[in-house]
Write a protein that binds this ligand. Structure first.
Ligand code: AMP
Length: 219
């Protein structure tokens, strides 16, 4: 199964991406996480991406496409893309890469949630600095404050989760999401998931939306 996840920042997409990747044994390619890891290790790519990320701006298409092309070449036949594509040129570039790999997208899950819910969720979000799992101080707290349940890493707030930056990221999302939904909708790939609910409820809805593809898990 080869999935693209779309949805505004704060729709819980990252959490659902991890859950679906575990469930169907798919390689998770989360562009924001890859960039954050490069920033943390101060690589050349990290230095290039950081200025855009801190401001809530998009990293230039050519930089992202190069990175994703490399990740896809190593991913095997089943994968989930979270955070990519974010623009029409990225979607077109993805098509070309997948055509070369003879590995077309199986479905595009669009997580829908209203903006104010998103702002509230992100203000409380805490992210593990080591494994990138996310928590919410209100809705999904870790067992021990400030510590990741899974790997024991420190939890922190992302600079781009501050409210003004979140609102800017939402505007950017709305600018391009319609174009991407249309792009994939024309091919019948879009499956909408209501992302307003508990994490378990949203996972159930996503799994239901994929039920006709599930037997092909990992293929
Ligand atoms: P995310 O964790 O997906 O919200 O991504 C965090 C930040 O990484 C974004 O605000 C962008 O600066 C950058 N980023 C991640 N994915 C992309 C992408 N596909 N295109 C451009 N910038 C991206």
């Amino acid at each position: 199964m080869r999935l693209v996840l779309l949805g505004p920042p704060g729709a819980g997409k990252g959490t659902q991406a991890h859950r679906l990747a575990d469930r169907y044994q798919l390689t998770l390619i989360a562009t924001g996480d890859i960039f954050r890891s490069h920033v943390a290790h101060n690589t050349e790519l990290g230095q290039e991406a950081r200025q855009y990320m801190d401001a809530g701006e998009l990293v230039p298409d050519d930089v992202v496409v190069r990175m994703v092309t490399g990740a896809l070449a190593e991913a095997g036949r089943g994968f989930i893309l979270d955070g990519f594509p974010r623009t029409r040129p990225q979607a077109e570039a993805l098509d070309r890469v997948l055509e070369d790999l003879a590995a077309p997208i199986s479905a595009v899950l669009v997580f829908e949630v209203d903006d104010e819910t998103t702002v509230k969720r992100l203000a409380g979000r805490r992210t593990c600095k080591r494994c990138q799992r996310t928590y919410n101080v209100e809705f999904n707290p870790p067992r021990q404050e400030g510590v990741c349940d899974v790997c024991g890493g420190d939890l922190g707030q992302r600079t781009d989760d501050e409210e003004a930056t979140v609102r800017h990221r939402l505007e950017l999302y709305h600018d391009v999401s319609q174009a991407l939904t249309t792009f994939y909708g024309q091919r019948g790939l879009v499956r909408v998931v209501d992302a307003d609910g508990t994490q378990d409820e949203v996972t159930e809805r996503a799994v239901a939306a994929l039920s006709d593809l599930a037997p092909a898990a990992g293929s």
